[in-house]
Design a protein around this ligand. Structure first.
Ligand code: ASP
Length: 331
């Protein structure tokens, strides 16, 4: 009798296990069944937000579901990243983040997550930055700006999107190249910083071309240089020198964005998202829009999870060296 009951129980357990496994496989095969959230760790209307919204739009068709953007701001992108690192790993919460992910552990004692908490889904793009100022700043080219900075130094306000943001990293490079001590003013994204720059409350910013081209074109800000080693082909910027040309020899800074999911997201889901990203990044409309903002879409092996992670590790090591040699202590 006892043996019989045990056999029946065992039978039920096996059957329940089989059902659970089948349900899980079906859930994986049916993914995605509802809208997907992409967390952007900076403010709406800024460069990361613009890129994420553009990519979300191009992902809609290959993913077969709407993509919702959630702006989770603060602390140079670490707050939004921690939100995704702790989210359910079911493929419905993703992250678009930039170069700051590779520097956060060098600049913060505890950014609130580990890199191991994330799956790498593919690198998206790369964009140069522009050195810009409020319209009334008394310098019309880089040589004049350099002189102005040498004279005023800490009286100059330099905006950034928080420690570890792209604008902050570019500013650190600028500080050390000019040996200056300008005052850093952190915002929760460069969208509000840009408003203050145009309004004259802030003096200078090193901002991704993605977000500065319209303001440069409409002369709402002044531009002194681009951070890439080659001049940018955008009509508003062809006459603008590279910072390297303008006298900061070797100055080379580019901002990349990538797509991430919480660690442990099932492999079939990771592969599905990666396949959809590859389709999205071939979308001619997306490429056209991004190129008009000076952005290159990634089209090489960094589009794979492995290639993305390999590139990331190289960037993290490179920046850890830059930050250490600049004597910057994590906060
Ligand atoms: N990515 C930030 C933003 O979108 C800007 C930055 O990192 O400098 O606001």
């Amino acid at each position: 009798m006892h043996n019989h009951a045990t056999r029946i129980n065992l039978g039920f357990t096996l059957l329940a296990g089989l059902f659970a496994a089948t349900a899980a496989t079906t859930a994986l095969a049916d993914y995605p069944e509802k809208s997907i959230t992409i967390v952007v760790p900076f403010s709406a209307g800024g460069p990361s937000d613009k890129i994420a919204r553009d990519v979300a739009e191009a992902l809609r068709e290959p993913m077969g579901q709407p993509i919702v953007i959630e702006n989770r701001l603060g602390a140079g992108g670490t707050i939004g990243t921690a939100r995704v690192a702790r989210a359910k790993n079911d493929g419905y919460t993703l992250l678009v983040h930039h170069i700051g992910l590779a520097t956060a552990h060098s600049l913060y004692k505890d950014p609130g997550y580990q890199i191991e908490d994330l799956e790498f889904l593919g690198l998206i793009n790369e964009a140069p930055s522009t050195l810009i100022s409020k319209p009334a700043l008394a310098a019309n080219d880089f040589a004049q700006l350099k002189k102005y900075i040498a004279e005023k130094d800490s009286a100059i306000n330099l905006a950034n999107a928080g420690v570890g943001s792209a604008s902050h990293l570019c500013s650190l490079m600028l500080q050390s190249a000019l040996n200056s001590k300008m005052t850093f003013v952190p915002y929760k994204g460069t969208a509000p910083a840009m408003t203050d720059l145009m309004g004259g409350q802030i003096d200078i910013m090193c901002e991704q071309a993605t977000n500065s081209i319209p303001q440069i074109e409409s002369k709402k800000v002044k531009v002194y240089g681009v951070s890439s080693m080659k001049r940018m082909g955008i009509p508003a910027l062809t006459a603008v020198p590279t910072l390297d040309e303008a006298g900061l020899s070797g100055f080379n800074f580019s901002v990349w964005h990538g797509l991430y999911a919480p660690k442990g997201t099932p492999r079939p889901i990771v592969e599905k998202i990666n396949a959809a990203l590859r389709v999205a990044l071939k979308n001619p409309e997306l490429i056209k829009r991004q190129e008009a903002l000076g952005i290159s879409i990634v089209n090489d092996d960094r589009l794979s999870s492995e290639g993305h992670k390999k590139f990331f590790d190289k960037e993290a090591a490179r920046w850890s060296g830059v930050i250490k040699s600049a004597g910057i202590q994590p906060e």
